[in-house]
Design a protein around this ligand. Structure first.
Ligand SMILES: [Fe+2]
Length: 280
């Protein structure tokens, strides 16, 4: 089974002369003859647009399009009268949303996922919990502070997602599992000292995810792959039996030498072959 993986497609931010990201992705899915597409979040910053993109992808590719919401997808910026819970629940009604429950791909493979949240653990410990709760540093504000309106403490949100994923993993026996979160599960995917604004990221890494999701994956031998997005990297490595993949399309301003989705998406989309995984 061939699974396409691409996170953070941000069709609204990447909108230039129309949405060319969605049709470029549909074309690449067809060219590769994929069986399933998995999007680990940040389809757009407007849940109604995200829902319509998923619908179009499913209709035009004819294959299951599985996704988890990203932090942008649950933002209230475009819907100020709603809170993020309302948006999250409305997205649960969209076919393919892993937040509604695990999806069986075959007699041997299943996919489990949800947004996940952060617990500040990837931030530099020189900052306090109160520093991180302020979500602002060096004159910059983390935008979840404005638009991710859960009306619950940050650490409680992280616990909510971790408990939900943990319960699902415990309930699934006898299948290989692909675990999907929008947030990153391992420190290796945080922004490192080679970044031009590394000092600032010592603070903002706090909002990228939690090592608890990696520990959760590694505590379940059935989890063979962990997919994430959020940080706009394209990286992968293997640790303790888990293949960690963070694979983002990201913003066109971050692409190398092109602003054309028809050039960038073939480079960015990863194909995961479950037959090859079972042999590795
Ligand atoms: Fe993103």
């Amino acid at each position: 089974m061939k699974i396409g993986i691409l996170s953070d497609i941000h069709v609204d931010i990447n909108y230039s002369r129309g949405d060319r990201v969605t049709p470029a992705l549909i074309g690449e899915v067809a060219a590769r003859e994929l069986d399933v597409l998995i999007l680990p979040g940040d389809i757009s910053s407007d849940y109604t647009l995200s829902a319509s993109v998923i619908h179009t992808l499913r209709r035009e590719t004819g294959i299951p399009c599985l996704f988890v919401p990203g932090n942008h997808d649950i933002w209230t910026e475009k819907h100020p009268s709603l809170d993020s819970w309302t948006i999250y629940r409305r997205l649960e009604e969209i076919e393919g949303n892993l937040a509604s429950g695990p999806v069986t791909l075959s007699d041997r493979w299943a996919v489990v996922g949800d947004l996940g949240w952060y617990d500040f653990a990837f931030g530099d410990p020189k900052f306090s919990k109160e520093d991180f709760e302020a979500m602002a540093y060096g004159g910059r504000e983390w935008q979840d502070h404005l638009y991710a309106r859960w009306n619950r403490p940050t650490l409680e949100m992280h616990r909510y997602f971790l408990d939900k994923l943990s319960t699902w993993l415990d309930s699934l026996k006898g299948k290989n599992i692909i675990l999907v979160t929008h947030v990153i599960p391992v420190e290796k995917f945080t922004v490192g000292s080679d970044h031009s604004q590394a000092q600032m990221w010592k603070y903002f890494n706090a909002f990228l995810g939690s090592p608890s999701y990696g520990h959760l994956a590694e505590a379940h031998p059935s989890v063979k792959v962990s997919l994430s997005g959020h940080v706009h990297y394209r990286k992968q490595f293997r640790r303790k039996g888990v293949l960690y993949i963070c694979n983002c399309l990201g913003y066109s301003t971050e692409w190398d030498g092109t602003e054309n989705p028809y050039e960038e998406i073939p480079k960015a989309l990863i194909t995961l072959d479950t037959d090859l995984l079972e042999r590795s």
